[in-house]
Design a binder for this molecule. Sequence first.
Ligand code: FE
Length: 134
Amino acid sequence: MNQKILKTEDEWKKELTLEQYKVLREKDTEAPFSGKFYLSKEKGVYKCAACGNELFSSDTKFDSGTGWPSFCDVLPGAVELKTDTSHGMQRTEVLCAKCGSHLGHLFDDGPKPTSKRYCINSLSLGIKKNNTAD
Ligand code: FE
């Protein structure tokens, strides 16, 4: 994996929109069905909205019905997992392995064969579409 990206919160604040900052750096969750990617069927690679790290292939995206973009697998080494006990729940937090930004949570009720459901905020994502330079 490439080198980690370390920035101060002031630097992140300048680079991100307020909405993105709240989710990526303060672990907020966007309202379900509000994000731009939950219904997206675009082909390409989903990237971290903060640092551009490539995270999920569109081939692993599925419609979970939750209102958040959901993936049954992740690109190798792209994310780090952390136990999250906030809000009186025990969940697994998904963080960008490169910049440490909050992406969403991981659940074990996804489709076979992985049974994984990476439940990710649209605000934490960008997309590099197939057949485009960027
Ligand atoms: Fe990142």
